[in-house]
Design a protein around this ligand. Structure first.
Ligand code: ATP
Ligand code: MG
Length: 336
């Protein structure tokens, strides 16, 4: 049906992202509950209309691993995207509430994301481009679905123009300026799975600096325009905020501190770390099933040429096991 902003009653704020905000709304003529994403776009009317046209592809995205789409419309100066409401929210919210996610559930997440990515690519030639826990949603039926995929080239451009994000799930090759491929999504999936299983962002464990935050700030080299440039823009210097500095955990280190020990790391430093250091792993060794460790390692091969595609990864042992597992996600989802 035809969606109009006047017919949508705000019920609840679901969250704020970098690109906009998401609200739970009721479509009053039908009583349908939806999630309405409001994206502020600083673009010409012709570009907005083009974005709206491109978003219509989402009507044809029918998979149980993909959030369904109700429609999109312009509400100047915003674009509103109405999608299926997932009552258990995103997996980042879930692990922040209940702690590390059981590895068997993580296996189901991996299966759902790979199926979703394979569907998007095989059927629509769409690359997701933004796989991360906040874009993997869950409902009380125990369904896991992905959202916020890159259907609209114009929308991607418009957002990139106005925002340089905390692109922390970005693959090494993307950071170095290579084209996006489905394999970049695989890297992001690997990072996301570790985050869910450990209950924290995986680039956080390494080192912790014992200098004061202000010292740390002053030792940073200034952002050099053009040194690393996302989307062709000079790097901005957003910082990854972390928990309060933990005085007890003062391991000496090389000076770069990552998230977790209570320090911040600039986006630039994190990007350099992703490119130059070994990929994170499911650790400590032996805590998780070997098949899970091997799967994550294969997602996080730094060379995209040897990294597999989502379709190939569906044949992994761990994923085959997930497919025949009798785990009841509906019961799992009823615990939070
Ligand atoms: P970013 O803007 O960097 O992609 P994000 O994914 O957290 O970050 P949004 O996409 O704006 O930002 O989403 C904000 C929050 O809204 C999400 O974290 C999620 O918890 C919630 N959300 C998004 N879509 C839905 C949905 N369809 N159903 C329920 N909750 C949703
Ligand atoms: Mg999102």
């Amino acid at each position: 049906f035809d969606l109009r902003n006047e017919d949508l009653k705000d019920l609840q704020e679901l969250g704020q992202g970098n690109g906009g905000s998401v609200k739970k709304v009721e479509h009053t003529p039908t009583g349908t509950i939806m999630a309405k994403k409001i994206v502020l776009i600083d673009a010409k009317p012709s570009v907005r209309k083009q974005i709206l046209r491109e978003l219509q592809i989402m009507h044809d995205c029918n998979s149980k691993y993909i959030i369904s789409f109700w429609g999109a419309f312009l509400a100047d100066p915003n674009i509103c995207i109405c999608m299926e409401f997932m009552d258990k929210g995103s997996l980042d919210g879930i692990y922040k509430k209940i702690g590390p996610i059981d590895i068997d559930v993580v296996g189901q997440v991996a299966l759902a994301v790979l199926e979703g990515l394979t569907y998007l690519y095989d059927v629509h030639r769409i690359i997701h481009r933004d796989i991360k826990p906040s874009n993997i949603l869950c409902n009380s039926r125990g369904e896991i679905k992905i959202c916020d995929f890159g259907v609209s080239g114009e929308l991607i451009n418009s957002i990139a123009d106005t925002f340089v994000g905390t692109s922390t799930y970005m693959s090494p090759e993307r950071i170095q300026g290579a084209q996006y491929t489905v394999k970049s999504d695989v890297w992001s999936l690997g990072i996301s799975l570790i985050e869910l299983a450990l209950g924290r962002f995986p680039f956080s464990e390494s080192s912790s600096d014992d200098s004061d935050l202000s010292d740390f700030e002053s030792t940073l080299s200034p952002a050099r325009p053009g040194s690393i440039s996302l989307n062709g823009l000079p790097p901005s210097r957003p910082r990854i905020k972390t928990a309060k500095k933990d005085k007890k955990d003062k391991r000496k280190s090389k000076g770069v501190s990552l998230q977790g020990g209570g320090m911040t790391m600039s986006i630039l430093e994190l990007l350099q770390h992703i490119v130059n250091e070994p990929a994170p792993r499911l650790t400590p060794e032996g805590r998780f099933p070997r098949e899970a460790e091997e799967f994550v390692d294969s997602c996080l091969l730094k060379d995209p040429d040897v990294r597999k595609t989502p379709k190939d990864l569906l044949k992994s042992i761990w994923i085959e096991q997930a497919r025949v597992s009798h785990i009841d996600l509906e019961t799992w989802a009823s615990t939070f």
